[in-house]
Design a protein around this ligand. Structure first.
Ligand code: HEC
Length: 125
């Protein structure tokens, strides 16, 4: 994605992942438990609901994540996790950027979990 290039190195604290992690972070296999954790992150500590809506159907600030239309990524589990890590500094159709991790401090597991949840909403590839 062109919009992902040229941005300054972020300050995400996870030390063991290199630059490639933004594109394909290592995440565990999707399980129901992971999806359930992701749902809690989405509607709670991850703040995702504030922009994407508590049912992920979107608001004026951020797109619907439950449909099959993807603006920034291809909708794969890895791509969703990478986007959550990096945020969207230059949104295509929305007025303000998505901060990395939605502006929250999420563990690597929470990032994977919320990606698994979003992937399972129906539009994931
Ligand atoms: C401050 C508002 C805001 C918050 C909080 C936020 N997002 Fe976003 N999100 C956006 C914007 C803006 C975009 C980019 C839309 C565009 O390109 O026009 C986006 C894009 C996305 C996309 C890609 C959608 C697509 O169509 O390609 C995913 C997936 C996503 N966000 C997931 C999340 C998750 C998961 C969280 C919680 C950890 C989260 N977002 C928190 C504003 C937000």
């Amino acid at each position: 994605m062109g919009s992902m290039t040229g941005q300054p190195a972020d300050t995400e604290p996870t030390p063991k992942v290199g630059a490639a992690a933004a594109a394909a972070p290592e995440c565990p296999k999707i399980t129901q438990a992971l999806v359930d954790l992701g749902h809690r992150v989405f509607t709670g500590s991850g703040n995702c609901y504030a922009c994407h809506g508590s049912n992920a159907h979107g608001t004026a600030l951020a797109p619907n994540l439950a449909d099959s239309t993807w603006l920034d990524i291809d909708g794969s589990y890895a791509a969703i996790a990478g986007l959550v890590r990096a945020g969207v500094p230059h949104p295509k159709k929305h007025p303000a950027p998505m901060p990395a991790m939605g502006g929250a401090q999420l563990s690597a597991e929470q990032v994977c979990a919320v990606a698994a949840y979003v992937h399972g909403l129906g539009g994931g590839r």
